[in-house]
Design a protein around this ligand. Structure first.
Ligand SMILES: Nc1ncnc2c1ncn2[C@@H]1O[C@H](COP(=O)(O)OP(=O)(O)OP(=O)(O)O)[C@@H](O)[C@H]1O
Length: 744
């Protein structure tokens, strides 16, 4: 962080703080962050706000005091009410020609208590008032805003424009920084049914600070979200944000695979989740993976991930039952955990607590299930201790090296505070940080709201140095030294954002999506299975376990619910299915320990709990009367198999390219049978046998190139040549045409 001080700043300016005549702030903006150097009576202290912690900034101007915010109105003074009005409003405060830049950041804070961390909102208000005209002051503020926005979007900062007075060039750059809106799908029935309120109160203000536009659609029935992403032109949005639980994430993912252009959809549409459901396993797994302090404020952490567009790849598993196949992102379960998940539905109103309550019930009435489990173990997995070390641990879990492959794209990751700081300390005399709860912060951070302003002295320096354009920068009526600056501490004015013309949201009402019928003929696409059909025997080299089980739970993410760290070593995209098996014979006491250990990952220390890293499995239950769940939703009770889909590790972040040298062909005009067979080139030594792959017309609705890419990624090789044979009954495609596929 020290580096940030020495990096060449993009912009710098000296500011003053009201009522502290001896304090000067040198504020510098660089690629590293916003550096606030406080100088008081020869003492210097530097605070840096990282760019990655800043969400956005907005320019404001003051408007005339309203009756309710006048000095005679104590409550208004206390709240320091700020009202947003139109830029050209007649309420504009002619006495103040300052421009205000509000910078919003969410910084990590450490606390003495429990040595925990939390993200706290912080606003830095920079008041530009060196010029005698509002427009000139606003131009200065806008330069800072433009620079902050470029840094946030990791775009080069246009220093030439910043050093000029070219407002048009600046406006053009602002428009280039504009992004497509987000699609928000909100399930009002998620968890205890508070998603709508939580979104409005906790998410919308942060999105507004970041100037992130969105279109909100509230789901009207089950499968609404699924049908929405299947049928709409989703590319008008830059990503899908789900406000709800894992069930609605499941809908969105499977809806994408119901699109004919599923490859494009999976590749181009990142999925974000704001946790408002009961389990919220994915949201927790994402923050666990990126080490964000989720538990104190899950909604804020997830919203910040969405705003920051922190994309990460995520494993997907293709699951097949007797009646359907689907794509799963979280887990497949049978036995105890699934029973708890489904049977506790009746307690939905109490939120996540329902799982705890039902665990006790199931523990008392413990059931076991007979069946057979086959699995394909992951090669090269080594055994290591669980992540959560406890003294006296005797068991260990398997661990796989991260593959680095990247499948489905996700956005990997407050108490409501309004867009304008209602509790801002405009007269921030002491920079000791206090949380809203009044706990002291260990870090000597700047206040959660800091108000600084330029002054005449600095303006003249600039002028003498030939800085800016040579326009006179005059002391404003409200200079730091002026007693009229009391204006600030009485909150006599209101501020409005000059960006407020932007409409941030469009709450959508009557979307015409009919409830899906149970016999829906919607077709599911996606990469084809590598496994034999459920009715066929599994390959000989698979391992198996037969007998009575308390549970079998396969998960591909660390958490299956926010307080359930089922697979501590799982990574978002490690290509591993973590198969947790608890066989019958475990005592109730051990099972209780197991259930209690799930929140910390120590359940793996309990004898009878086995964690097997696999890439595929098949389960055939023999006992009736239980549940099988996929991502927390019950599916047909019966034989089920699942396989990791490394072929979906295909994203834009892939560095290698695939060339088709001799052939490129397009979708057959009719829906004829097309087969694509991949063979090894004999001259090349392979370390793994590659099986042929048949792709039928069902899978080839677009063109073959993406399919071939997937075949490459499925085998996860570098620098390998494949011969690809294509056979087709379509006369446009020659039988046995040979494709040479070279992977650079
Ligand atoms: N408007 C709606 N009315 C009724 N059900 C809905 C509606 N919208 C979506 N659903 C269904 O509600 C189910 C549960 O939703 P969701 O996953 O968001 O909450 P949850 O089950 O409480 O959370 P989690 O899955 O994390 O435990 C989903 O399977 C979805 O199909």
């Amino acid at each position: 962080m020290e580096d940030a001080v020495h990096v060449t700043p993009v912009l710098e300016e000296t500011f003053y703080i009201l009522s502290k005549k001896n304090t000067v702030y040198r504020v510098k903006l660089s690629e590293k962050g916003l550096s606030l150097q406080k100088e008081t009576n020869g003492n210097t202290k530097i605070e840096i706000i990282k760019i990655s912690d800043i969400v956005g900034c907005r320019c404001m101007r003051s408007t005339r005091s309203s009756a309710r915010s006048c000095v005679c109105h104590p409550s208004a003074i206390r709240r320091n009410n700020l009202r947003i009005v139109d830029e050209n409003s007649s309420e504009q405060d002619e006495r103040d020609n300052s421009a205000y830049l509000y910078i919003y950041a969410y910084v990590l804070k450490k606390y003495r208590v429990k040595s925990g961390q939390k993200r706290e909102r912080m606003t830095i208000m920079l008041r530009f008032r060196s010029f005698d005209k509002y427009d000139d002051n606003m131009r200065e503020a806008q330069k800072w805003r433009l620079a902050v926005k470029c840094l946030l979007k990791k775009k080069p900062v246009p220093r030439v424009v910043l050093n000029s007075e070219d407002s048009q060039a600046m406006a053009q750059l602002f428009s280039q920084l504009e992004q497509k809106r987000l699609l928000v799908l909100l399930n009002p029935k998620s968890g205890p049914g508070k998603a709508r309120e939580l979104f409005q109160q906790r998410v919308v203000p942060v999105l507004a600070e970041a100037e992130v536009g969105f279109d909100l659609y509230v789901t009207k029935h089950a499968n609404y979200a699924r049908d929405f992403v299947r049928t709409k032109d989703i590319y008008q949005w830059r990503g899908v944000v789900v406000v709800g639980g894992d069930g609605i994430v499941f809908e969105v993912i499977n809806g994408l695979f119901e699109r004919e252009d599923w490859q494009k959809a999976v590749k181009e549409m990142p999925i974000g989740v704001i946790p408002c459901g009961s389990g919220n396993g994915l949201a927790k797994a994402i923050s666990y993976a990126v080490q964000e302090p989720y538990d104190k404020n899950p909604i804020l952490i997830s919203t910040l991930s969405v705003i920051k567009c922190r994309h990460a790849a995520m494993d997907l598993v293709r699951v097949e039952t007797k009646s359907q196949f689907l794509f799963s992102f979280l887990c497949v379960g049978w036995g105890l955990l699934s029973d708890i998940d489904i049977e506790s539905e009746r307690l939905r109103a109490i939120g996540g607590q329902r799982f705890t309550v039902w665990s006790v019930a199931r523990l008392i009435g413990l059931r076991t299930y007979r069946g057979k489990l086959w699995y394909l173990p992951v090669e090269g997995c080594k055994v290591q201790s669980p992540q959560t070390h406890t003294s006296g641990l005797t068991r260990s879990v398997s661990h796989c090296a991260e593959s680095g492959n990247q499948p489905l794209d996700i956005f990997p990751a407050s108490s409501y505070t309004p867009v304008h700081p209602s509790r801002s300390y405009h007269d921030s005399t002491d920079l000791r940080y206090h949380t809203p709860q009044g706990r002291d912060c260990v870090e000597d951070a700047v206040a959660d709201a800091l108000s600084l302003e330029t002054s005449m002295g600095h303006a003249l320096e600039d002028f003498r140095d030939g800085g800016e354009s040579g326009r006179p920068r005059l002391d404003s009526y409200y200079s730091a030294a002026s007693r009229h600056s009391a204006y600030f501490s009485t909150a006599g004015s209101e501020y409005r954002s000059v960006a407020d013309n932007t409409s941030y949201m469009a709450v959508q009402g009557g979307e015409d999506i009919q409830p899906r019928r149970s016999n829906s003929s919607v077709r599911m696409y996606g990469p084809p299975s590598q496994l034999p059909a459920l009715t066929q025997p599994v390959p000989d080299h698979w391992s198996s376990i037969e007998g009575d089980f308390v549970l079998v739970h396969a998960s591909y993410q660390s958490h299956i619910a926010s307080d359930c760290l089922v697979a501590p070593n799982s990574k978002l995209a490690d290509g591993v299915i973590w198969l947790l098996v608890v066989r019958a014979g475990i005592s109730r006491g051990q099972l209780l320990q197991f259930l209690l250990g799930l929140s910390s990952g120590t359940h793996l220390l309990i004898p009878h709990a086995e964690m097997i890293p696999v890439t595929a499995f098949r389960l055939i239950p023999e006992t009736s009367g239980g549940y099988i769940t996929v991502d927390g939703e019950a599916v047909d009770y019966g034989p089920i198999q699942a396989e990791m889909m490394p072929s979906l590790h295909m994203t834009h972040s892939c560095s290698h390219t695939v060339h088709l040298h001799t052939f490129a062909f397009h979708q057959p005009a009719n829906q004829s049978q097309v087969a694509l067979v991949v063979e090894q080139v004999p001259s090349i030594k392979y370390d793994k046998k590659i099986s042929s792959q048949i792709i039928t017309d069902r899978d080839m609705h677009d063109n073959t190139v993406p399919e071939v890419e997937q075949l490459y990624h499925r085998f996860n090789k570098r620098s390998i040549k494949y011969k690809v044979h294509i056979t087709s009954t379509n006369k446009n495609i020659h039988n046995n045409t040979v494709l040479k596929l070279t992977v650079d």
